[in-house]
Design a protein around this ligand. Structure first.
Ligand SMILES: [Zn+2]
Length: 472
């Protein structure tokens, strides 16, 4: 069935204008003034912005961690994402050393299948580089369209890869047309500081932050940038939280290196003092990198504004306070790392960013959708409003005021990290490939509707047969 979105203000990463949209076969078929089509359902977007659906490049749904599993799976997680104005997510597929990559990817497909209500793709974690992995990677790119690899520089004895592995991944990614993503913190130094804190009897949640100071993030970010330069490759630094890391990324970009940086809503509006909340509630704010002193927030906002950082991911990784975060009572190292962020990412960027004059409306769309689509091989199918693109749309009321709360959110977790925060603006309706997922603030989507996204290679690489299908 055809649909026409009428009377809205269309916003892309470059333009803001009043026009109607015709949706046909799940795609945007026409953009124009006073569109009229027989048999088309009319959606009135008067007083609203019409954005391309948000793309969250950083989620951990149904992920095992620290002896437990994240609370939100691909069903509750993608429903919450849709309520928040996100229509595509890219989740991290974990791998185990010595196990075929293909097997890990199958595991992740099974987690998502029949559950996701919006489209999704996967990044692939690289835990080791050997002949088997090097033989498998080209096939993974060609067959699965997984064109981004994640390397952890932290979580010693769990996820952490050594510098040789990072370097060889960068070299392979350059040859194959993939983007390397790093969790940049110096895991060896953190391991030492953590053991020392515990030996000194410092077990409260705040020591999670104090044993991972911003310098360890700055150091690892700088190291990753230098290794990228050496390999002549490309790098995307996930969840940048502090001035020290922004500095290293800015320096690398000034040299002309192909290096990108993501931050997350929690680093833009929360600070280290949250970890000192009484009655162990500080555990709700334990994730890595940790929250920083408040002054870092201005640095991050400025970096988004001037382009030193380009994207916003949620780093959704939710655990209940009761029963999960509580595993770390008496030992902060046993608190599962992560927070529930998938639902509020877009609203916080709009309210704190656009409404407070820190970024423009078009920058907002670029940061939460368009740039991400370009970096991760989804553009222009996703990430913009153009004829031929998927009709992934958010009809957004920019004036409604509301308070974020666990009582009204849609994640399946028992607290909200932004509890009590006043925000302006809310998605009213959200469409994925032309179908309503959220209609008038009510979920009307279907688990299993979300499709797996086979993504194109990074940058201007030779277009393969598979990549051709992605162009519009
Ligand atoms: Zn993460």
């Amino acid at each position: 069935m055809k649909k026409i979105v009428k009377n809205g203000t269309i916003v892309t990463a470059t333009d803001t204008y009043k026009a109607d949209l015709l949706i046909e076969d799940g795609k945007i078929a026409m953009i124009g003034r006073n569109l009229d089509e027989k048999d088309a359902e009319v959606i009135d977007a008067k007083g609203c912005y019409v954005f391309p659906g948000g793309i969250d490049p950083h989620t951990h749904l149904d992920m095992p961690f620290g002896g437990t599993v994240t609370k939100d799976d691909f069903e509750s997680g993608t429903i919450a994402a849709a309520f928040g104005g996100t229509t595509t997510i890219i989740d991290f597929c974990l791998t185990n050393k010595g196990e075929p990559l293909k097997k890990a990817i199958e595991t992740w497909h099974n987690k998502a299948k029949g559950k996701a209500v919006i489209d999704y793709g996967f990044h692939l974690m690289i835990s080791e580089i050997n002949d088997d992995v090097l033989e498998e990677l080209p096939k993974i790119i060609e067959e699965e369209g997984i064109t981004s690899f994640k390397v952890f520089m932290a979580y010693k004895n769990v996820f952490q890869a050594d510098d040789g592995t990072l370097y060889r991944t960068l070299v392979a990614a350059k040859e194959l047309g993939a983007l390397v993503m790093v969790h940049a913190e110096n895991g060896d130094v953190i391991d030492y500081l953590t053991k020392k804190a515990l030996a000194d009897g410092n077990t409260d949640p705040i020591y999670h932050a104090l044993t991972r100071p911003p310098e360890v993030e700055g150091e690892a970010t700088g190291r990753a940038c230098q290794l990228t330069e050496l390999a002549g490759s490309q790098l995307y630094v996930v969840h940048v939280s502090c001035a020290q890391a922004v500095e290293k990324i800015a320096e690398a970009r000034n040299k002309g290196l192909d290096i990108w940086g993501e931050t997350c809503p929690q680093y833009l509006v929360l600070d280290q003092s949250y970890l000192e909340k009484p009655n162990f509630e500080g555990a709700k704010y334990v994730w890595s990198p940790p929250l920083r002193e408040k002054w870092h927030q201005d640095v991050l906002w400025n970096a988004l504004k001037n382009g030193q950082l380009q994207t916003l991911g949620s780093d959704q990784c939710s655990f209940d306070f009761k029963g999960q975060k509580e595993l770390g009572r008496g030992d902060f190292t046993k608190i599962p790392n992560g927070g529930p962020m998938i639902e509020d990412r877009v609203s916080i960027l709009f309210s704190e960013g656009v409404k407070k004059g820190r970024i423009t409306l078009n920058q907002f769309v670029d940061i939460m959708s368009t740039r991400i689509a370009k970096l991760f091989g989804l553009f222009p199918k996703k990430g913009t409003i153009a004829v031929g693109a998927d009709a992934d749309l958010v009809i957004f009321d920019p004036n409604v005021e509301r308070v974020i709360s666990a009582e009204t959110h849609h994640m399946s977790v028992d607290y909200n990290a932004f509890e009590g925060m006043k925000v302006t603006g809310e998605p009213v309706s959200v469409l994925s490939r032309g179908e309503f997922v959220i209609r008038d603030k009510t979920f009307v989507g279907k688990p299993g509707y979300g499709q797996y996204l086979n993504r194109a290679r990074y940058g201007n690489y030779a277009v393969s047969k598979r990549d051709e299908k992605l162009t519009i």
